[in-house]
Design a protein around this ligand. Structure first.
Ligand code: GLN
Length: 492
C-alpha cells in the first residue's frame, strides 16, 4: 500500500470514499509518523486516543453513507485554538495546564464535518514571532535543510508547528492563525500552501486573542485544492464573534481549475525593495510569467503607503495585545506565582509567565496607548492603516482582480540566527504580509521555487475582500507551473 501520510487531502478523501483504506488506518499511519518525527517538535500535545475515537466514528458515517465533507481526515490544530477537554496553552507558560471547557468555532466546524484531531501544534508564544522560537515548548524544526548542511532551520512563525507538520506529512492539513503573516510566511518557508482569509470570514471565537482587529484563522495544506477544501469547513458566520461576517460560504474547491483568462493582476512597484535578493526578484517575475501564460494580464500598480505598514503594524498589534493579555493575571487561568499581596501576585505571575518577546510587546503596547502618547502613536498608526486600506481599494477599483508579490524577503533561516541583538531584524520578515492584515484582505502563499541552497520560496497573491475564490484559481495556476516541493526525509 502507498504511504498514507503522503496523500493529498483530496486523494485521501477519495480513498476513504472508495474504501481503499479506513479512517482508522489513515489516522494510525499519521500517529506512527508523528512518533518518529518528534525531533521536529511540531506537536506540543499528541491526542491519539481522541484521534482514534474520531476516526472510528468517521468510519461509521462512511459505512452508512452519511460522511461529512472531511470525514476521517486527520488534522493538526495550532495550540491557539480552544479544544474542549484538551490542553490549550498558546505555547505560553502563563496558561500552564489550561484545559478549555469549550471548543473554538473553527475547530468545532471541522469536527462537525468529520475531521480527526491528531494533536495540538507548536507556535510562537501568543502567536508573536516569525520563527517559532518564542514558544515555551522550544523551537520547531523545519523539515527542510540547506543543501549539504544539517543545520536546523526555523519553519517560520508564528504557526511554525502547523507548517512543519504539514510539510513533513504529520497531518493532511492544519489550522493556523495570521495576524501579520503567521500563515503565509511559514507556508513559504516550508514549501506548502497557506491562506489568510478576509477578516471576518472565519470566526475568532475560542481562539486565543493576539490583536483582535488583525487576527484571522486559516488553513495550511500541501496543495491549493486542499486548502480550499479546508476553508469551506472553517469559514462561516458566527453570532459569537461580532466581527464575523454573515455571507454564504462558497464551494471554494469549485474555483480550482477555473480559467484566469482576462484577469488583471497588479504588480506593486513598492514591493521591489532595495537590496532584495535576485532570487526573490526572479521568482516574482517567473510567477508573473506563469499567470500571463494562463491568460492573465499584468499591470503595474502603486500602493504608496506600503513603507509605513510595518511600523504601523508594530504599534497597532502590540497595543491590542497589551489589552488582550491583561486577562492573564494569575486569577482566572493557568499559572500563578504568589506574592505578599494581590498586586505582587499579578506582577510575579506575569513576569514569570510571559516570555521576553511577549513582555516586550506588552510594554510597547502599554506605552503607545498611554495618555500623552496615544495620539502620537496609536491614533497615528490607525490613520496610516486607513491609508493602506485605501491604497488597495484604489487599485481594486481600477479593475485589478488580485495582486502578486513575494511572500517573504528570504528563504528559511537558521535557528538562533536572527533577531537576537535587534528584534527588528525578525520583524522585517513580515514586510510583504502585514499590509494584508492591516487592510483586512485575503492573501494566499503558494510555493513557487527554490533558492540557491535548495530551500523553498513562496509567492503571495492578495485578493479583494471575500474573493478567496480568485486566489484559489490563480494559486493553482502557479502550483501547476511550479510543481510540488517535498523535503528530504532525514528524521525517520
Ligand atoms: N510575525 C508577526 C508578529 O510577530 C505576525 C505574527 C502573526 O501573524 N501572528 O507580530
Amino acid at each position: 500500500m502507498t504511504d498514507l501520510t503522503s496523500l493529498t487531502l483530496a486523494d485521501a478523501r477519495e480513498g476513504l470514499t472508495q474504501k481503499s483504506f479506513t479512517a482508522l488506518e489513515l489516522t494510525d499511519a499519521h500517529l506512527a509518523a508523528m512518533e518518529k518525527a518528534r525531533v521536529l517538535n511540531a506537536y506540543v500535545l499528541e491526542t491519539p486516543e481522541q484521534a482514534r475515537e474520531q476516526a472510528r466514528a468517521a468510519d461509521a458515517t462512511i459505512a452508512k453513507g452519511e460522511a461529512g465533507p472531511l470525514a476521517g481526515i486527520p488534522l493538526g490544530i495550532k495550540d491557539l485554538f480552544a479544544t474542549t477537554g484538551v490542553r490549550a496553552t498558546a505555547c505560553s507558560k502563563i496558561l500552564g495546564n489550561f484545559i478549555p471547557q469549550y471548543e473554538s468555532t473553527v475547530t468545532s466546524q471541522l469536527w462537525r464535518d468529520g475531521a480527526v484531531m491528531l494533536g495540538k501544534l507548536n507556535c510562537d508564544e501568543f502567536a508573536m514571532g516569525s520563527s517559532n522560537e518564542t514558544s515555551a515548548f522550544g523551537p520547531v524544526v523545519n523539515p527542510w535543510r540547506r543543501e549539504g548542511s544539517d543545520a536546523s532551520l526555523v519553519p517560520g512563525g508564528s504557526s511554525g508547528g502547523s507548517a512543519s507538520a504539514v510539510a513533513a506529512n504529520l497531518c493532511l492539513g492544519a489550522t493556523g492563525t495570521d495576524t501579520g503573516g503567521s500563515i503565509r510566511q511559514p507556508a513559504a518557508f516550508t514549501g506548502i500552501v497557506g491562506i489568510k482569509p478576509t477578516y471576518g470570514r472565519c470566526s475568532r471565537w475560542g481562539i486565543v486573542a493576539f490583536a483582535s482587529s488583525l487576527d484571522q484563522a486559516g488553513p495550511f495544506a500541501r496543495t491549493v485544492r486542499d486548502t480550499a477544501i479546508l476553508m469551506r469547513s472553517m469559514a462561516g458566520h458566527d453570532p459569537k464573534d461580532t466581527t464575523s461576517v454573515d455571507r454564504p460560504v462558497p464551494d471554494y474547491e469549485a474555483a480550482i481549475g477555473k480559467s484566469v483568462k482576462g484577469m488583471r493582476i497588479g504588480i506593486p512597484k513598492e514591493y521591489r525593495l532595495d537590496g532584495m535578493s535576485g532570487e526573490i526578484d526572479r521568482l516574482w517575475a517567473q510567477g508573473a510569467e506563469w499567470l500571463k501564460a494562463a491568460g492573465a494580464e499584468l499591470v503595474e500598480v502603486s500602493l504608496p503607503h506600503t513603507k509605513y505598514a510595518l511600523p504601523a503594524y508594530y504599534v497597532v498589534a502590540p497595543a491590542e495585545a497589551s489589552s488582550n493579555l491583561a486577562r492573564y493575571d494569575g486569577v482566572r487561568y493557568g499559572a500563578r506565582v504568589n506574592g505578599k499581596n494581590i498586586v505582587e501576585m499579578y506582577e510575579n505571575t506575569r513576569a514569570e509567565g510571559f516570555g521576553a518577546e511577549v513582555r516586550r510587546r506588552v510594554m510597547i503596547g502599554t506605552y503607545v496607548l498611554s495618555a500623552g502618547y496615544y495620539d502620537a502613536y496609536y491614533l497615528r498608526a490607525q490613520k496610516v492603516r486607513t491609508l493602506i486600506k485605501k491604497d488597495f481599494e484604489d487599485v481594486f477599483a481600477k479593475g485589478v482582480h488580485a495582486i502578486l508579490t513575494p511572500a517573504t524577503p528570504s528563504a528559511a533561516f537558521g535557528i538562533g540566527e536572527k533577531g537576537k541583538a535587534d528584534p527588528i531584524e525578525m520583524y522585517l520578515n513580515d514586510i510583504f504580509t502585514v499590509t494584508v492584515n492591516m487592510a483586512g484582505l485575503p492573501g494566499i502563499a503558494v510555493p513557487a521555487g527554490t533558492d540557491g541552497q535548495g530551500l523553498p520560496l513562496g509567492l503571495q497573491l492578495i485578493g479583494r475582500p471575500f474573493d478567496e475564490e480568485t486566489l484559489f484559481s490563480l494559486g493553482e495556476v502557479i502550483e501547476q507551473a511550479a510543481g510540488h516541493f517535498t523535503a528530504n526525509k532525514w528524521w525517520a
